[in-house]
Every structure is written in structure tokens, then in C-alpha cells.
Design a protein around this ligand. Sequence first.
Ligand SMILES: Cc1cc2nc3c(=O)[nH]c(=O)nc-3n(C[C@H](O)[C@H](O)[C@H](O)COP(=O)(O)OP(=O)(O)OC[C@H]3O[C@@H](n4cnc5c(N)ncnc54)[C@H](O)[C@@H]3O)c2cc1C
Length: 422
Amino acid sequence: MPISFELPEHVANQIGMTKMLAEQVMRSISRHYDEQEHERPWEYINVIWPFIQQIEKSDLRHSISKNGETASGPKKKRASTGMIRMIHMIEALSWGDAGLYLSTPSSALAGAAVNAVGTADQKERFLTRFTEGNPKWGAMAMTESQAGSDTSNIRTSATLDPDTKEWILNGEKIFVTNGSLAGRESPGIIVVWATLDRSIGRAGMRPFVVESGTPGMTVSKLEEKLGIRASDTATLYFDDCRIPYDNILGSPDVVKPDEQGGKGFKGAMKTFDASRPYVAAGAVGIARAAFEFTRDTLAAQGITIPESAPLHKLSAVQRDLMQMEMDLKAAWLLTIRSAALLDAGKPNNLEASMGKVKAGKAVNDITQKCVELLGPLGYSHEFLVEKWMRDAKINDIFEGTGQINTLIVARRILGYTRKELK
Ligand SMILES: Cc1cc2nc3c(=O)[nH]c(=O)nc-3n(C[C@H](O)[C@H](O)[C@H](O)COP(=O)(O)OP(=O)(O)OC[C@H]3O[C@@H](n4cnc5c(N)ncnc54)[C@H](O)[C@@H]3O)c2cc1C
């Protein structure tokens, strides 16, 4: 599929504003919130929220009218640039500070799940709140202590109370990004993956929307982390947490026993197809921050890359700089491709995993190399390079580790099933 790198004017303007915010607001508070892990960065949150609200509004309008599905109006179709805009914004915000970016009030991964598998009515019901009022957060809770990469192993259960027609959730979810912000501090939502029947594995999995403050859901722990320390990561505990019947995402019909085959996990995969380009873009943003700082610092010491020198005339440091730039650009191009496919309504499962693997590896390689090349300057707290190296690691862990996404790419390319290659 041909990809145009031309951005519509309004998108280019939004990205320009994001870059300004990253430079002028995020960079100046980056170190503080890295050190004060659980303090909320309100000066950033309050500045970015009006901007995000506008974006949520236009995304919601587009999402409920997509493919002719509407909550209340006639069928409309128009080309989307939503993913491309999002990855540019995430890249710019993560260049500013990846932890602060993850604290951005928005529907986030909850929005990705509702958009991927929700009905038009559910999109309107759950996402309208992100277009109005005070800052709000969304979160997605899949991981459990025995179910990380192997999501089929989730134990959090959803049972239907036949009398009240409510779902009752029981279990514990760990490492939920924005779990405490969405769970108790705002009228946010958390998409919780639970099983209707553990004996059928992935086929029994379903996403449920739990609104913040729902009785039976508690935030039981806040993580202390190596990197992205400004980001809120929580454990959520569900003890007979009752939610309305209509909070199961997608049509309630999917729970009929004869319709269960694999549909639950397909919803998760559709969500990951949208969320993996986000993570890859965040990784590229951190990698670019470290690369630019290192390139400029070395240039001030007289080390630059000559325009047209043959390879054998370059120093080891010059070759390292070129390699970093190549990896950065390759990761960004793969990320753009995976986002452009989704905007065009085409499958991007392979490309989303490819971009995520490449960007996750590139950001770790680049930030470590930057610390190495800068020596004490790279290791010192005086500069942010050591922080970027810490912030890098998570990109190779969440939304599928590097190994898991490599497996997905290998299966797709070689034509193996999940059972044949694991
Ligand atoms: C800061 C942070 C934020 C997070 N945010 C969220 C969130 O918002 N929502 C959410 O649901 N989860 C979240 N997670 C959880 C994250 O998605 C999981 O940690 C991740 O999926 C890996 O699962 P695990 O930790 O159980 O590792 P495991 O699955 O136990 O894996 C351990 C190691 O083994 C490797 N491995 C496992 N299986 C294979 C295989 N078949 N082949 C080769 N290697 C393999 C893995 O790649 C990894 O290196 C977050 C995690 C962190 C640290």
C-alpha cells in the first residue's frame, strides 16, 4: 500500500503544538516527576487536557460513524488519519517525557478496546465522558500474576447473576497503567479482561467496562519502577464487583455458548493491533530524544558525521551515530506503516508487531549506546540520558514483549499456527 508522508494541515498544526508542549512544559518538569514517583503532574495534565478533549471528540464522531455503524444517525464514510495523528503526537510527547505522556488524561487503551470491539451505543456511552468536564483517564487490565504473555491463562472471572442481570467480577489485575487514576480519581473507565469459562481458554475471554468507583473494585497497590516513573501503575482487586449487563464489550449475543469460538481473544488482538503502534511511537520518541542529545553534545566536541566519507574513513563513534540514526528511521517507518494500514481499514497485525519489535529493540540499543558514548555525562543525573535509558526498557515489555511479538511475526511470515510455533 503506498503511504503518503504529507500530513493534512490541521494534523500538522496539532503535532506542531504537541512538540511545543513537549519542549516547553514536559522537559522542564521531567526530572522532578521521575524523582517524585507518585506525585501527579497537574501542571502538565491541566495544560494538555483541553487539547486531548478536542481530539477525543473528533475521534468519537469518526468512530461511531465508521463502516456505516451509527448510534443514531445515517451512514457516513471518510478516510481516517486518526492513527497517524496519534503516533506523531505520542512520538512528540514521549520525546518530551515518556512517563508524563503515559499520565496524559485520555481514554487511552480503554478507548482502543471500546473502539475495537464495542458497539456504536457503547462507544457513545463510555467515551463521551472523555470529551467533557475535568481530566479523565482510561485503562486496560489484562495482566495477572500467572497470565502475562500467556493471556489465555487469566483467572479473573465474570459470572452472570440471573436475577439482577449483572456481571460479577472476581480476581486481581496487576501492572495496570493508569489503574489508580482511572480506578478512583476520575470518572474514568477500565476495560477488564475476564473469563466466562476457564476451561475453554482464549475463547472464554471477554472485555468488560468497569467505571471508576464501582463498589467491589479497589486499588490495592501502586508500583515503584525503574523507568516511566511519572506513569501510574497499579494493582486492581475485584471482589464481587457488580457491573451492568450491557458493560460486556461488543454485542451481548457473543456469550451464547454456540457462538464462543475464539471471538473473545480476537477482540484482544484487535485492541493490540491499535495499541502496538502507540507503544512503538513512544519508543521512537525516547530514542530520538537520546540520539539528538548525544549527536549535538558530540558535535559540540567536534565529532560530526561527514556528508560523504567512505565507511572505512569513519571513526567508531561516527559509525555508531550512523547506525543509531538508521535504526531510529527504520523503527519510525515501520511504525508509520502499521498506523497507515489501520487508518486505511486494512489488517495490520503483522506490521504492528514488526514495528513494536523494531522500536522496542532500537530504543534500548540507542539509549544504552548514548550513555556509553557520552561517558560520565551519560551516567550523571545532571542530564536526562540516564533516565531515557531507564524509560526505554518498558517498550520491550508491555503490549507483548519483544519475544512474543517476534513470535507473532515469525508465525505470520512462515505460516505457522499458535500451536505449531510457541
Ligand atoms: C510498567 C508496566 C506497565 C504495564 N501496563 C499494563 C497495562 O496497562 N495493562 C496490562 O494488562 N498489562 C500491563 N503490563 C503488563 C505487561 O503487559 C506484562 O508484564 C507483559 O505482557 C509480560 O508479561 P509477564 O510480566 O507476566 O512476563 P512473562 O510472560 O512471565 O514473561 C517473562 C519473560 O519470558 C519471555 N517469554 C514468555 N513466553 C515466551 C515464549 N513463548 N517464547 C519466548 N519468550 C517468552 C517474555 O518475553 C519475558 O521476557 C505492564 C507492565 C509494566 C512493567
